[in-house]
Design a protein around this ligand. Sequence first.
Ligand SMILES: NC(=O)c1ccc[n+]([C@@H]2O[C@H](COP(=O)([O-])OP(=O)(O)OC[C@H]3O[C@@H](n4cnc5c(N)ncnc54)[C@H](O)[C@@H]3O)[C@@H](O)[C@H]2O)c1
Length: 356
Amino acid sequence: MNRLPGRPAPSGKATTMEQDRQWLSTLLDIGRELWYMTQEDVKAAGLSDADILALTLEALIAHGRNEYEMPAKIGLFPSDEVFCHAMPAYVPAKLALGQKWIAGNASNPVKFQRPQTTGLLMLNDILSGCPLAIMDCAWITAARTPAVTALAAAALHPDAETFGMFGCGVQGFGHVRFVPQTLKKLKTITIFDVSEANMDRLIAEVQPRIAPRIVKGRSLEEVAKSCEVLSSATVLLKRPQACVKRAWVGRGQTILPCDLNTFWDPTIPWEADKYIVDSYEEHQLFERIGYFPDGLAKVACETGQVLAGLKRGRDSKNQLIVCSNIGMAVVDVVVVVSLHLPAEAARVSLLHWRVD
Ligand SMILES: NC(=O)c1ccc[n+]([C@@H]2O[C@H](COP(=O)([O-])OP(=O)(O)OC[C@H]3O[C@@H](n4cnc5c(N)ncnc54)[C@H](O)[C@@H]3O)[C@@H](O)[C@H]2O)c1
């Protein structure tokens, strides 16, 4: 595919907003045109897993250092099943400004034969505010979420040899692919899903790409008890399902849920030695709207603060650490501004915008 060059990476103070806009202006008549990128365009836009991990790390460090703007997600809940989240963010050091509009419905795969997670992301020009691009956001969500887990796992449990993944859907696939890239001593990944077919598909597709052996767990209990590092990406519900019981996890483990507290006994974060979250503000917001009916456990610090070296993660091998990453727009926009723009992408004329 014929691609335009990637956006020149803002390196320190070398690339200014003005230089960035000038570069963009050579590709696009800003304010009159924008890029519309399908999922295929985004996927083909040239970021490797290593790029995604590096950009995600930069975004998390910027967040840890408080160098960002990101109001907590605004949510709409048209039914018990469906949520829609508006996720705006600005990360000045990366010249990244935009917003994701993402919806989730756990019934989609069965009811509508559509993915659980769908949505769009818009990027904006910083100096004028004009939209630059609108794109599918399923790819970025599927890529950056496991990258966050993989980076947090490496910071909190670098010597882990065993990893357990609950949920073998879009996120489960990504987690099993990304985690071995940061947990270098990993030998075994144990997966568990209520769908046998999803487990089989994951093994068939991901095993050829990674060295650790992927095995199917026989029960939730077996996986929870046998793995040093655990993650879950199943469904997001207000009422905890408490699938993994308190008695099955303990000291020396690290738990990294992507689905808030749906999957885990709600007492686990309260009894953990440390409860770390990607965004305290976001978790407080979810508590206010009813996602933590038993209350939000005491938060030790944020994931980005650990990755920026501002707070300690694990203090000893014996600790039980829970690190809940519900997903931050700062990561979305920082990864997406580095996409290589496809030269052939449709340029949508903003016909009825009077900008003259
Ligand atoms: N933290 C974040 O940044 C972030 C980003 C995207 C999605 N998510 C969340 O991750 C979750 C998964 O998203 P996805 O896109 O992978 O969905 P998906 O529908 O593709 O996959 C979900 C998988 O979980 C399995 N599952 C459901 N209930 C289970 C249970 N009790 N035990 C074992 N397996 C179970 C399903 O069979 C399915 O294979 C959702 O809750 C979503 O909201 C979080």
